[in-house]
Design a binder for this molecule. Structure first.
Ligand code: F6R
Length: 609
């Protein structure tokens, strides 16, 4: 999603803004740009494509000045192009960057066209800069004009704007997408996340929805959504300023796949004792919060929702009625909220707009409170949660989630183990504790399957479609395997519970349809194997991840490929079976030559609806 960096300083801000944009690249974008007040006027540089292209342009023609705004754009209205890239300018003296969607842009555009404003782009964002110019022409006061304009906008937005007549201040606003202020000595900055500004400061103010700020080098004046002057606490970020690098791996995704044993260890650290989940791991209020839980709604999107689907089966084993809800649907449903429902919000970024809105809705709708499972400290979702369990997987740069997913599952397993302890289910708690302890080593063993996965990838490389099958705890893992494959290799992939095959998807099976099946040694094994024979009988090519003691007798050996999986625990086997599926999608994408870390059209942090 779009990223914003802005600054007002004595020194030249362009290098700081470029570094900030580079640090926001992980969010996903298609174009980049910057506008700087260079002494007498606002000058702009924009490119279609990567930040490195912007850097090259700035090397040819530097923009030198102490006031500037910069942006990475992820297209919503208007195709990816230099013309649609931000900043947008009105006349020659106002420049603006926008993250989000202006829902009333059509009405505003019509009004501005009538008033004689010309539009140079196809974006919804451009209406904001012209409206700002129009209101400024009436008020002659940039601060007042900006505040009036924000009050007329509908939708979700983070904004930063500068005016050529004041080289020492900028205006910013937040309503939805994240925006933080970073405070230096005699200089101030704003950005979509703290990481973008860590090279210049670790002191931040997190803007709340409805906030507007007038930011000078030495001061910040902040109004809340009611228009009242407000002071917000400054926080010191504890994030590491390490510039993520690939450490010898070809892609961040591959590095992150291999970081999973450590990500799991980090998630467990200080939370898992010898025989139990450590009391206190979830904070002082956890026992009373978890103690009264009678129902669970798990709310998430995409991969995070698949983590939720696995954990649902653990919570149901504990006798707690649990549903898993896609956030974008839940937020618009008339949800019947049972008594004492705990909401579990799962989000690696902590900023997913649909998840945020669904959690807010659940709170308003009478939920007991939110437990946030999140990989981003200080993110929006953690701020509305009663209890936050940080997954500590470390920064995930690859757009396709891998280590954040296994860390989410680890955190959800800790919660299940702890609730079991509180309810006196010692057997489940002991089994979960033992399984969690053994997990990092089992992931290491699964990573060693790398070479065998290469052979599978060569078979799947030229296919147009793939089916993934699993049952029980492993059905969500088949969904995740299919999602990973389509995200980064662009092969169309679907997942089904294996028992559903006969009810429709079997019609798709022929020699062109690879079927990736998860067949661990569990109570559903015999049923899965018989589903696989049905596939083989129709000429489908089978790729089976088989549990250590599993024997599948192929009818045609050239159509069946089997990888023997390491021994796993019953409860946490999904975390181990997901590893070869991640490797498979990575290798297929590598062979097809796609942009693995930043797949087309996708964003890491989905801050708009
Ligand atoms: C897929 C992927 C997405 C995210 C989804 C939710 O690889 O990463 O499906 O899981 O966009 O994002 P978060 O977890 O940040 O709320």
């Amino acid at each position: 999603m779009c990223g914003i960096v802005a600054g007002v300083a004595e020194r030249s801000v362009a290098p700081i803004l470029v570094e900030g944009l580079r640090r926001l690249e992980y969010r996903g974008y298609d174009s980049a740009g910057m506008a700087v007040f260079t002494g007498t006027e606002i000058e702009r540089a924009r490119v279609l494509g990567k930040v490195v292209g912007l850097t090259e342009q700035l090397e040819q023609k530097p923009l030198v000045g102490g006031l500037g705004i910069a942006h990475t754009r992820w297209a919503t209205h208007g195709r990816p192009s230099e013309m649609n890239a931000h900043p947008h300018i009105s006349g020659s003296d106002i420049a603006l960057v926008h993250n989000g969607i202006i829902e009333n842009h059509e009405a505003l555009r019509a009004e501005l066209l009538t008033d004689g404003y010309n539009f140079a782009s196809e974006t919804d964002s451009e209406v904001v800069v012209h409206l700002l110019a129009k209101v400024y022409s009436e008020t002659k006061d940039f601060v007042e004009a900006f505040r009036q304009v924000v009050s007329r906008l509908e939708g979700a937005f983070a904004l930063a704007a500068i005016h050529a007549e004041d080289s020492t201040s900028m205006m910013i606003a937040r309503n939805g997408p994240p925006l933080v202020l970073g405070h230096g000595l005699g200089e101030n900055f704003a950005a979509s996340d703290m990481y973008a500004l860590l090279p210049v400061t670790n002191q931040f103010t997190v803007l709340e929805d409805g906030d507007i700020a007038h930011v000078t080098r030495a001061s910040v004046t902040l109004w809340d959504k009611a228009g009242e002057l407000v002071e917000r606490a400054q926080v010191t970020s504890t994030q590491s300023n390490d510039v993520a690098d690939k450490q010898g791996y070809k892609h961040y995704m591959l590095k992150e796949i291999h970081e999973q044993p450590n990500a799991v260890l980090q998630t467990l650290e200080g939370r898992l004792g010898q025989v139990q989940v450590l009391p206190g791991s979830f904070g002082p209020d956890a026992d009373s919060f978890f103690g009264g839980v009678e129902n669970i709604h798990i709310i998430a999107c995409g991969t995070s929702s698949y983590a939720g689907m696995v954990s649902r089966l653990w919570y149901e084993t504990l006798g707690i009625p649990t549903t898993v809800e896609i956030a974008s649907e839940y937020r618009y449903r008339q949800v019947a909220m049972p008594k004492n429902t705990m909401i579990i919000g799962i989000s690696q970024s902590g900023e997913t707009a649909d998840t945020m809105a669904a959690l807010e809705y659940a709170i308003e709708n009478g939920a007991r409170g939110v437990l946030a499972i999140c990989n981003a400290p200080e993110s929006s979702i953690t701020r509305l949660a009663k209890i936050t369990l940080l997954t500590r997987a470390g920064r995930e740069i690859g757009v396709a989630s891998t280590k954040a997913f296994t860390a989410q599952l680890t955190a959800l397993a800790l919660v299940a183990g702890y609730i079991a302890q509180l309810r006196g289910d010692d057997e489940f708690a002991a089994e979960m504790t033992a399984a969690l302890k053994a997990l990092p080593e089992q992931i290491v063993e699964a990573l060693a399957l790398d070479k065998q996965i290469d052979q599978w990838a060569e078979h799947i490389l030229h296919k147009d479609n793939a089916l993934f099958l699993g049952r029980g705890l492993h059905f969500p893992i088949s969904l995740e395997g299919a999602l990973k494959l389509k995200e980064i290799s662009y092969i169309h992939a679907e997942a089904y519970p294996a028992g559903e095959l006969k009810h429709g998807p079997l019609a798709l099976v022929d020699e062109n349809m690879p079927i990736v099946a998860i067949a661990p040694q569990d109570e559903l094994l015999e049923k899965v194997l018989s589903n696989l024979h049905e596939v083989e009988a129709r000429g489908g090519e089978l790729f089976i991840l088989a549990g250590e003691g599993v024997n599948y007798e192929p009818e045609q050996s050239n159509l069946v490929h089997i990888i023997k999986m390491p021994a796993v625990s019953r409860l946490l086997s999904p975390l181990v079976y997901t590893i070869p599926l991640q490797l498979l999608s990575y290798k297929v994408a590598l062979m097809r030559g796609t942009d693995v870390d930043q797949p087309r059209n996708l964003a890491k942090s989905v801050t708009v609806e």
